[in-house]
Design a protein around this ligand. Structure first.
Ligand code: AMP
Ligand code: GLY
Length: 430
């Protein structure tokens, strides 16, 4: 089995780790692999975004399965090209990836399909968007419609802040073309949950829900990031809740995409707000979450490769069940100073032997590279330190100890990942 993983961040390192557990004899290739991946994968010197070169390479190399990690190559049509070349690829086509690449498309589709989500309006005119904000008042949420690396949503507590966010996206183009169109939406209160649905175009199998921590600061304050940490499982979730997510959110969304001739095959990631009136969609993504993959995949005891291959070959998932560990996982992201703003690179990283060899710690690299003097930082999010344990509290201790022990200058990380769940566990009757 020859597998190509497209992407080189923490999620892709986790995918490589899991697929190699499922198929130790497989050869896994990855595009420009990070410093943590190089020991287990074969490097491919093509950028994850170069879809033409990648499709050509995969065809020439007789690849059996391509797994696309990030949204950008999906939105650029990598899977369409691979399909044309007859290469099985796991991930949606360009048309289906619009569920993430265009928030205005996603919101309109949800409205049409009756999927519960925040009320919204989409604008390309700054004056009209500003008038809408003034009319609706705060709190209100302003989002760039296009792809903005998880940083394009601003939750605004005041009208002034919302007007500024509009100005920065639409006039100053802080997110470039992604801000040509903006979505302004109702603020939803509640706790968030990420659900990955493995979708075969019509049906889906839900994976274990997890919770991300998008704000940079402890206590969930400060600007949004790509994700500073995550944990699973989530006691707020239940079989009844997941049935509602399946029936009210995932199934109608897949049906609406199919009606648009955009059958969705891949991971439909639903970011869900657990509100008083039930689960409502915050956003859809067209791929695994990062850093959620770093906790969900280590808890998956059954094969990931089998369902991915089935979907990539155009098969159906009917009857597929996934088996989950009884334990918990929690990951802490070590980031470079300055992230999510500008940050330095090239800082030497030291990983103590005791951390590297701890069976309850998994280090998934993101922005690292193997320089001539050893491992160095090369990105904003550097390493996700996943701790495993029979309880979340034990998993948290493992993750936090690893995060504290790994060294590089300017390291920042949150010591409170999982705080809501840990507080719930404390309150629960013993
Ligand atoms: P998004 O990029 O759409 O996932 O938004 C990033 C983060 O902003 C989400 O994870 C939420 O924490 C927050 N957010 C987005 N939309 C809303 C909303 N309508 N109400 C409340 N919070 C939101
Ligand atoms: N963790 C959020 C995302 O992957 O978009």
């Amino acid at each position: 089995m020859r597998i190509l993983i497209v992407g080189n961040g923490g999620r892709e390192h986790t995918l490589a780790w899991k697929l190699l557990r499922d198929a130790p004899e497989a050869t896994v290739f990855a595009t420009q692999p990070n410093g943590g991946m190089t020991s287990s994968v074969e490097p491919v010197a093509i950028a994850p975004g170069d879809v033409v070169a990648l499709a050509g390479w995969a065809a020439a190399q007789s690849i059996d399965l391509v797994v696309v990690g990030p949204e950008a190559p999906l939105a650029a049509g990598l899977v369409d090209r691979l399909e044309q070349s007859g290469i099985p690829a796991f991930g949606p086509t360009k048309a289906a990836a619009r569920i993430e690449s265009s928030k205005s498309y996603a919101k309109t589709l949800m409205q049409r399909a009756g999927v519960p989500t925040a009320d919204f309006a989409a604008f390309t005119d700054l004056g009209e968007a500003s008038a809408y904000v003034r009319e609706h008042g705060a709190p209100i949420v302003v989002k760039a419609s296009g792809l903005a690396a998880g940083k394009g949503a601003v939750v605004c507590d005041t009208v002034e802040e919302a007007l500024q966010a509009l100005e920065s996206m639409m006039a100053d183009r802080t997110f470039g073309e992604a801000g040509r169109e903006v979505v302004v939406e109702e603020f939803m209160g509640g706790e968030e949950m990420s659900v990955f649905a493995l979708a075969d175009g019509r049906d889906a199998v839900l994976m274990l829900p997890s919770q991300d921590h998008k704000r940079v600061g402890e206590g969930d304050v400060g600007p949004n990031t790509g994700g500073m940490g995550a944990y699973a499982p989530l006691s707020l979730s239940s079989d009844a809740l997941l049935s509602r997510v399946q029936d009210e959110i995932i199934a109608p969304t897949l049906a609406a995409l199919a009606e648009d001739d955009s059958e969705f095959r891949g991971v439909l990631y639903a970011g869900i707000m657990l509100t008083e009136s039930g689960p409502r969609v915050v956003e859809f993504n067209c791929r695994f979450g990062d850093p959620e993959a770093q906790v969900v995949l280590p808890l998956l005891e059954s094969s990931l490769l089998d369902p991915l291959l089935e979907v990539a070959r155009g098969g159906r998932l009917g009857g597929t069940t996934l088996e989950w560990s009884e334990g918990a996982a929690l990951t802490t992201v070590l980031a470079s100073e300055g992230y999510p703003g500008t940050y330095p690179t090239g800082r030497a990283i030291h990983i103590p032997e005791s951390v590297a060899t701890d069976p309850d710690v998994l280090l998934f690299h993101a922005g690292t590279t193997s320089g001539s003097d050893g491992l160095e930082t090369s990105g904003g999010r550097v390493i996700a330190a996943t701790g495993l344990g029979p309880t979340l509290s034990q998993a948290a201790s493992k993750s936090r100890a690893a995060a504290a022990a790994i060294e590089f200058s300017g390291k920042q990380f949150r010591k409170d990942i999982g705080w809501r769940e840990l507080a719930r566990a404390e309150r629960a009757p013993r």
